[in-house]
Design a protein around this ligand. Structure first.
Ligand SMILES: NC(=O)c1ccc[n+]([C@@H]2O[C@H](COP(=O)([O-])OP(=O)(O)OC[C@H]3O[C@@H](n4cnc5c(N)ncnc54)[C@H](O)[C@@H]3O)[C@@H](O)[C@H]2O)c1
Length: 401
């Protein structure tokens, strides 16, 4: 592809952030926009007018299925889907069935059946289905990936990832804000709703689906207290979230065992007053690295390492080359810009994307499988092999340069 003609479906907080970046990255042209909330669509159209002079995208706002009219447009090659979680899979399936590549926000699916649907539809339509796990493009995460590939940590044994982010304030959002739809999940489900920011990078370090795979998990949730307490103290009488019965444990811990015997801890907590963390810990026989709560590295002997020196030595080649541009464009410290830059690069050069539909399915499946384990007294639950055996022969991700 010379130019990737993009349609945006869902242009709230996240969609707008991605749109701002796409409009400034070479290789993208935004040709269509869809959001059921007209002010969001108008804001996006204004952004396009500012950054993309001479070509105005078409806009679709008429109800929940308006996106299907966007999918009928001949001048759309790929769509970016940044809608609420329950919309991701149906919209990605329709996109692929309409011949468009689907780039979908995290998690790509919230049921195991939907994970399979994504895999089967991507295979049948031969369209890309990439879940845009931006954290895999973080500077520290890519450095750790580089170190894993160079064998610095020896044989990998264990990883830890998390999404710990106090988001209770979002419960005050109205119907057109993130909390307006996210909060309701906490009253319906109990498990890890958002595993992929922590898990995606660890999966890449460990070559999951490319030499190893997730085998089974066990999951346990703490009591659910924080949301009800927050609602009582902060929401007015009559607010739709004030008297909801919240069932999702404030803190969820899931432990994944891989086929080669490695272990991965994934935590989820958007409800307690804790400092932000993705942990990002990788432990091998020769050393360990961790990003949160503060960067730490141990190699061989337990001597303290000079992190400044290590950062220089092992900076990922992509960050070395594209870091200045990524930082300038921004988006979570540049990871979002680098992700979009890399998507454009791969599509324009006919190279495989860094995350495929099997990654989307196996990383997202942790949401419903954690719920199943929590509901069954933390019983071990098998994780499907979405590659149907191909993980044994699939080559590890190359270090992109
Ligand atoms: N990767 C990241 O760092 C990151 C960060 C934030 C959010 N997200 C993900 O992005 C997605 C969106 O989150 P958000 O915070 O932007 O939420 P949001 O509520 O701000 O935006 C969602 C938008 O989708 C629109 N929408 C709802 N149903 C639609 C439909 N059927 N068709 C078209 N538009 C529809 C809404 O009107 C809204 O504008 C979520 O999946 C979230 O998990 C990812």
């Amino acid at each position: 592809m010379e130019k990737i003609r993009l349609g945006f479906i869902g242009i709230g907080d996240r969609g707008t952030g991605l749109l701002r970046l796409a409009l400034r990255i070479e290789g993208f042209q935004v040709t269509a926009l869809c959001d059921i909330h007209p002010p969001h669509a108008e804001r996006a159209r204004d952004l396009c007018a500012k950054y993309q002079r001479g070509s105005t995208p078409r806009v679709f706002t008429e109800g929940d299925t308006a996106y299907r009219r966007l999918l009928e447009c001949d001048d759309v090659d790929a769509v970016i889907i940044a809608t609420p979680w329950s919309c991701h899979t149906p919209q990605a399936l329709d996109a692929m069935n309409s011949g468009k590549h689907a780039f979908v926000e995290v998690p790509a699916a919230i049921t195991v059946e939907d994970c399979w649907r994504l895999v089967e539809t991507a295979e049948a339509s031969q369209r890309h289905c990439m879940m845009m796990e931006n954290v895999c493009y973080g500077e520290q995460e890519m450095m750790a990936l580089n170190m894993c590939r160079q064998g610095v940590f020896g044989e990998l044994l264990h990883g830890e990832g998390a999404y710990i982010h106090d988001l209770r304030y979002q419960m005050k959002d109205g119907p057109h804000g993130t909390g307006g739809w996210r909060t309701a999940h906490h009253a319906r489900r109990n498990g890890n709703f958002y595993p992929t920011h922590g898990l995606g990078p660890i999966a890449q370090y460990m070559n999951i689906n490319r030499g190893d795979r997730f085998d089974y998990l066990v999951s346990m949730s703490s009591p659910a207290r924080g949301r009800a307490e927050y609602a009582r103290k902060n929401l007015p009488e009559g607010h739709p979230f004030r008297d909801l019965k919240y069932v999702c444990g404030d803190i969820n811990n899931s432990l994944i065992k891989t086929s080669s015997g490695r272990s991965i801890l994934v935590q989820y907590d958007t409800t307690t007053p804790r400092p932000y963390s993705r942990i990002n810990l990788i432990q091998g026989t020769e050393g360990m690295y961790r990003s949160f709560p503060q960067e730490q590295l141990t190699l061989g002997t337990h001597k303290k390492q000079n992190l400044r020196h290590i950062r220089k030595q092992y900076q990922h080649p992509l960050w070395h080359k594209r870091g200045p541009l990524a930082r300038k464009l921004g988006g979570h410290g540049g990871m979002d810009a680098l992700m979009l830059w890399r998507i454009a690069y791969c599509l324009r050069h006919g190279e495989p994307l860094d995350q495929d539909v099997y990654d989307a399915a196996s990383w997202s499946a942790i949401c419903p499988l954690s719920e199943a384990s929590v509901a069954a007294r933390s019983k071990p639950i098998d994780i499907p092999d979405f590659t149907r055996g191909q993980w044994k022969t699939m080559k590890p991700l190359a270090i992109a340069t």
